[in-house]
Design a binder for this molecule. Structure first.
Ligand SMILES: [Zn+2]
Length: 284
């Protein structure tokens, strides 16, 4: 009996202990969770705030570096677009995709635009219009108000994170209120400028030969080096390269792109950047 009582007492003490611990843990954990979520959230918030770079925010450009801006147009056009995204990510370089709203006509292509938008700071989604002027450029630019609406439709539909446009079919620039390049889209440039948009042309193009890149990787590497050395680009120590990701759909051309980037990466004075960090865009 005594023993039984003793055992019972121990049992009760034990059970009480468990109950006490469980109760303590319940409140303690609850409060810890509250704190953890509060602390974790605020930690997350502050660390995210530190790490997160907003598209379009200015960075400091080094006078000792030469900046390469890869700008690929007309996407999404898989498999070329997906191949280019993969190469840029594998190579760890930054690039800009000037997308066309009308080209995102199915779920796969819409997802590619989402991927581009969500891949900043490595990749930047920018605006190459909704319709690409339906490739009837003169008619498109002859109606500047409807052309402007075409760019705004792309901007809002796909939530383009920066006010940076490349005109379909025209190598024109609008930077710091200065319009230059081809005359045909002048009125459209004026309207875009009044709404705070930059328009980006290009210094050199990796051209199209039917469905493949016209120049070899070696030729393009030489062109980029020469232009940067000669200073024959719009902005000093910066080169804007235009191409189209659809050209890199076949394995051999994906290899050309990889070769092109790998070779330029060897030069430690070269930096690949997204077009929101183009010198004259940053001064806007
Ligand atoms: Zn285009």
């Amino acid at each position: 009996m005594f023993n039984y009582n003793l055992i019972s007492m121990h049992k009760y003490k034990f059970l009480f202990g468990i109950l006490f611990s469980a109760t303590f843990c319940f409140f303690s954990c609850k409060s810890k969770n509250k704190n953890a979520s509060g602390t974790a959230d605020s930690t997350k918030d502050s660390s995210t705030a530190v790490k997160e770079v907003k598209p379009g925010s200015a960075i400091t450009l080094s006078p000792n570096k030469k900046y390469i801006f890869i700008t690929w147009d007309d996407d999404p056009q898989p498999p070329g677009t997906s191949n280019c995204i993969r190469v840029f990510k594998e190579q760890g370089i930054k690039a800009t995709f000037f997308s066309v709203g009308m080209n995102a006509y199915d779920p796969l292509r819409k997802r590619i635009i989402d991927t581009l938008r969500n891949s900043y700071p490595q990749l930047l989604l920018a605006n190459h219009s909704w319709s690409h002027a339906r490739n009837r450029y003169r008619d498109f630019y002859a109606h500047p108000d409807s052309a402007l609406q075409d760019f705004l439709k792309m901007q809002t539909t796909y939530n383009v994170p920066v006010k940076i446009v490349r005109l379909p079919g025209m190598n024109s620039w609008v930077l710091n209120k200065e319009i230059s390049g081809q005359k045909t889209p002048y009125e459209v440039c004026k309207r875009l400028d009044s709404l705070g948009y930059s328009v980006i042309g290009w210094d050199t193009e990796w051209m199209e030969n039917k469905t493949s890149p016209k120049q070899s990787a070696d030729e393009m590497i030489a062109t980029v080096r020469q232009k940067l050395n000669d200073g024959t680009t719009k902005a000093q120590n910066a080169i804007v390269i235009l191409s189209h990701d659809r050209l890199f759909s076949k394995a051999q051309y994906v290899d050309s792109l990889t070769k092109f980037i790998s070779a330029l990466k060897q030069d430690t004075s070269y930096v690949f950047e997204t077009i929101d960090h183009y010198p004259l865009v940053q001064n806007q």
